[in-house]
Unconditional design. Sequence first.
Length: 383
Amino acid sequence: LKAARLVLECFASSQKPRMAPARSTKVLGVCGAVAAACYLAKPAFVSGPQRGATPVAAAAAAALVAPAAHADEIGDAAKKLASASYEFAKDVDWNNGLYLQAPGTFQPLEALKAIDKMIVMGAQADANLLKAAADAHHRAIATIGQNGVTSKQDWELVNAALGRVIASVPESTVMDVYNSVSAITDPGVPVYMKSLVNGANADRAYRAFLEFKDVVKKNQVYSPGATATVPFGDDIGAAAKKLSEASYPFLKEVDWLSDIYLKPLPGAKIGDTMKAIDKAIVMGSAADGNALKAAAEAHHKAIGSIDGQGVTSLEDYEAVNAALGRVVASVPTSKVMDVYNAFAKIVPGTVPNKMFSGVNPLDANAAAKAFYEFKDVVKAAQR
């Protein structure tokens, strides 16, 4: 997310981008989807050559086993981008708490619109490419140094993976993300962000990025793939209904419009926080593609029914709980517990106590009891 915001803020301009379509799509990759959505949502996109959409299998074969005459254009372009932009990457203070702040006036419901567009983009992206992007981020995190910068090789692989994800999403979806993020970003932010790095390195990185986006655009799809298939009448769905009905009063008591969610966790160390994020990425990569896509689509629908207090409808809340339960059930228990334990390490006891103090304790306890029962059903279905 830091990388996504920085690229967007350093190089956003008054000229809106235009991006041409081209290839086929599939699922959500949670962390990779949001970062990728911002990453290539850039200015100065111009119309370029277009081609028809190709099947996912053919695209994968072309990328992995095609002869030299049909080389991986995005991979080659990512190599050039990485070489030209790595100095800029090293200039950035990746450990700066600035990235936790809103990029303009705090407008939670407006920010939610931007997040929704990112979710839609993630849902339309190719499932295998999202998994590959998540895996590339996992490897890159392993080579991060004290300054928060990954190795040049992993920087290249991440750029290539994100480029392929963007190429699997139609132009209109990418532009929806760009425009919605632009709407909540103060116009003074780009200039300020650029002032924090070497200007010449930033300009060199941006020129390379523009060349990279032309290659991505050349390989972009025309339309999204099919929506996810959603189970009906399964045990997780029935358990989600019970959980939702028992916890909805608690849900309505939470102050979803508070800025407390932007606050850093007290005492959390950057290294430990990165480890927790890494475990979440690994879990996302291991999850079933269709289940992730269905969860993204459920969140998108739920955002559409949110009221002025940030609360979705009971029906959509149930659908989200069921979708998330199925995602968790598609991941081995060990990977789920890795995420739990990593986040437990960086969340001090004061945090749940603070959050508990803002709601009716009886409703909170009823929600917790129902959640434990739901957890047992998900675990019974887990692979």
